[in-house]
Design a protein around this ligand. Structure first.
Ligand code: SF4
Length: 711
């Protein structure tokens, strides 16, 4: 691993009495950029520097979030001792006390209300080992069916679509460097320039090579600025847009008939479906001209090699699953998959959005992407864990639906690890009310988050500089994150906490782990023969190289860099196309006299998810200290909004107040608000509780709102 960018002034070197360095990976997005953090201790202060480290994915780059990530890890507000709430105030307690409280509370609640009364809520930033162990903890230590995680809001639409179409769900079907070797790229609903900035050079180099780039996004973004064509469609009409492109591609004869007949099923149904549509009606529905649809369809259809990437803009809709399926129809119809420079990518948002969804944190899932409702899968995992198959709980419900189960009285307690559900769920006030109803909440976190404030017990965990483990990046490459910084105070790694809690619940023999590597070795066996097969990946191999792509079934296997060269992963080895309606069965929220504008939400470059870490980083907070509403100046004028003033945004669910920021980058009928802030700036207070019927993804990307200036 080569070192890049060592930059110190002579003045900075002065007065350094002790210097240590810690190799790590950025704790934020799925690029998992490699870095070294240098700690320099002097007589009066300790200062930190971040150096980017070379590796095949991030190629020695870091974005502003990664450079400043250490600021939260060394922040004075880190929780360093267990905290127990007494009379509404947190007081420090010992681990022995904390463990005894959990034993007493969990046991009592489960004796009175049944094992499912205690629920588990995980996160997509946990290491593979910790995500795996959390799933095992829920099923074996607590014996509850109620476990889900915040990745439900991130990857569920793309994951379900890829599983149904291809029989496997891996974020990218190819290595990132194939991007430079394609002729046409569609980027649908993804603002990579702000969300995964170090991925951008792949697309920039592609452009230099003559690749045509098409960006589909209602907003002008830093990403759309590099596009040859920017389709600024009406929010929520992605599925219809893909139907329009499919129709034109078929009409112009750009389908790959040989590929379709040999390697897919379902095309005839799709063809009949799109041929029955009028292109003019799709144009009206999407607010994209027929001429633009033609240009894009012809560019994509003519390309010898083509790729499609989707992200939350398409996926965080109540028809996100269907919309992604339709983009996959486009790829399959043109035979643009399973070959060099041809493939699909779901750009993962969270650091371990990929690995975190493969090994058992999801309500319906067992490790290796096995199904909790499949008898053979259950038996295999029961044997690995040394438990009876009949004792494994069945499928639970999705993250938001767990909140409904609390309101219904079925869930009485929650164990939260690495997540802040009050801020990340839709209909946030309802979610807060749900947590307030619980009789016992444990939050495992580095800070007292907004959800942590409602907890009875906070367990202090370690940061990315302290906690070693594997993460699976956006490519599907499993990487070992080294972490050698000493644990501060009485913090413990997530996996240590899970082992200790399981121990006091009498399940120590199933959780007798002493290192992350030991857990990974069990995960390898648990995943063996499953769709996400990690068996051939070992720490030893990871220490020696640049990561290994799954599936990797044997220790001699070099990993699978490009999927689908020979087969898809359904039993008949074929991919499945499926006809997709222009409009979802259940109508999406639309504007009205009372709520005349569309609201859409997303990220800004300086912040990550609910902001618990990045809002505590002074350098990142300085860039965006508060939330804002991005609004077109003409729309602002119509509603009497002045630049830089506080604006009340109201939907049927609630209202928040944020500052106005004028921009012609947003459509006249749409406003944009980022989702990294909490409480009176929590935009998810305004989002509806409607879920995608297939993958249970909430419709974060659309709400109808009303705005007024606060006078
Ligand atoms: Fe890399 Fe993503 Fe971290 Fe930026 S946020 S440094 S792109 S991993």
């Amino acid at each position: 691993m080569a070192e890049r960018l060592v930059k110190y002034s002579r003045a900075q070197q002065k007065d350094v009495q002790d210097e240590r360095s810690y190799d790590a990976q950025c704790p934020y997005c799925s690029m998992q950029c490699k870095m070294r953090v240098i700690e320099q201790k002097g007589p009066s202060r300790t200062q930190y520097k971040t150096i980017a480290l070379d590796n095949p994915t991030s190629e020695g780059r870091l974005c502003v979030k990664g450079i400043h990530a250490y600021q939260h890890a060394v922040h004075r507000e880190r929780v360093k001792q267990p905290l127990f709430k007494v009379d509404g105030q947190f007081v420090p307690v010992s681990w022995e006390f904390a463990l005894a409280v959990m034993k007493e509370k969990f046991t009592k609640i489960q004796e009175e209300f049944g094992t499912d009364a205690v629920s588990v809520y995980g996160g997509g930033s946990l290491t593979n080992e910790e995500a795996y162990l959390l799933g095992k903890f829920a099923r074996v230590a607590l014996k509850t069916k109620y476990i889900d995680y915040n990745g439900r809001f991130c990857m569920s639409a793309a994951a379900s679509a890829a599983n149904q179409a291809f029989g496997i769900d891996r974020g990218l079907t190819n290595r990132l460097d194939e991007i430079e070797q394609t002729d046409c790229i569609i980027l649908a609903g993804t603002n990579i320039a702000e969300c995964q900035p170090t991925i951008m050079p792949y697309f920039e180099r592609a452009k230099e090579n003559g690749t045509k780039i098409i960006v589909i996004d209602p907003r002008v973004t830093e990403t759309s600025k590099m596009a040859d064509w920017h389709i600024q469609l009406k929010p929520g009409t992605d599925a219809a847009l893909a139907n329009g492109l499919l129709k034109l591609i078929i009409e112009h004869g750009y389908i790959d008939e040989a590929f379709l007949s040999e390697r897919t099923t379902g095309f005839d149904e799709v063809m009949d479906h799109v041929q029955s549509m009028e292109i003019e009606s799709i144009s009206t529905l999407t607010d994209v001209s027929v001429e633009q649809l033609e240009k894009v369809a012809l560019t994509f259809g003519k390309a010898e090699r083509a790729m499609i990437f989707t992200a939350r803009g398409v996926e965080q809709q109540t028809d996100g699953y269907m919309a992604v399926r339709n983009f996959l129809n486009l790829l399959l119809a043109t035979g643009s998959i399973g070959k060099l420079g041809c493939g699909y990518g779901a750009i993962t948002g969270q650091g371990n959005g990929q690995g975190g969804r493969e090994h058992g944190q999801k309500a319906d899932q067992l490790p290796g992407y096995r199904s909790i409702e499949n008898k053979e899968h259950r038996q295999y995992i029961a044997d690995v864990w040394g438990v009876n198959e009949e004792d494994l709980p069945r499928k639970g419900v999705s993250a938001y639906e767990m909140m409904e189960k609390i309101h219904e009285g079925e869930i009485k307690a929650m164990f939260i690890m690495g997540s802040n559900p009050i801020v990340s769920n839709p209909n946030a006030t309802y979610v807060k009310e749900a947590l307030e109803k619980l009789s016992f909440i444990v939050a495992v976190d580095m800070f007292i988050s907004e959800s942590g404030k409602l907890a009875d017990l906070i367990l202090p965990t370690t940061s990315y500089l302290e906690d070693e483990g594997t993460m699976t990046n956006v490519e599907g490459r499993v990487m070992l994150r080294p972490a050698s910084k000493e644990k501060p105070g009485e913090t413990k790694h997530d996996w240590e906490i899970l082992c200790e809690v399981a121990g006091v619940l009498g399940k120590e023999k199933y959780f007798a782990f002493h290192s992350a590597e030991q857990i990974f070795d069990e995960l390898r066996v648990a995943s063996r023969g499953g769709i996400a097969d990690y068996y051939g990946i070992t720490y030893e191999r990871l220490r020696e190289g640049d990561g290994i792509f799954w599936p990797c079934p044997t220790t001699n296997h070099s990993g699978t860099e490009r999927l689908f060269e020979e087969k898809f992963y359904h039993q008949d080895k074929k991919a499945k196309l499926m006809a997709v309606s222009n409009t979802p069965a259940k109508k999406k929220e639309s504007t009205s006299l009372e709520f005349p504008l569309y609201l859409t939400t997303g990220r800004v470059v300086a912040h990550y998810l609910t902001g618990v870490q990045t809002r505590r980083s002074s350098s990142l907070a300085a860039r965006d200290i508060e939330s804002h509403i991005q609004i077109h100046p003409e729309t602002a004028d119509k509603y009497g909004i002045e630049e830089g003033r506080l604006v009340k945004i109201r939907s049927e669910r609630g209202e928040i107040v944020v500052r106005s920021r004028f921009s012609t980058d947003v459509r006249f009928d749409t406003v944009f608000v980022p989702f990294h802030w909490a409480e009176s700036q929590n935009i998810n207070d305004l989002i509806s509780n409607e879920l995608d019927p297939t993958c249970r993804m909430p419709g974060f990307k659309i709400a109808a709102v009303h705005i007024t200036m606060v006078t």
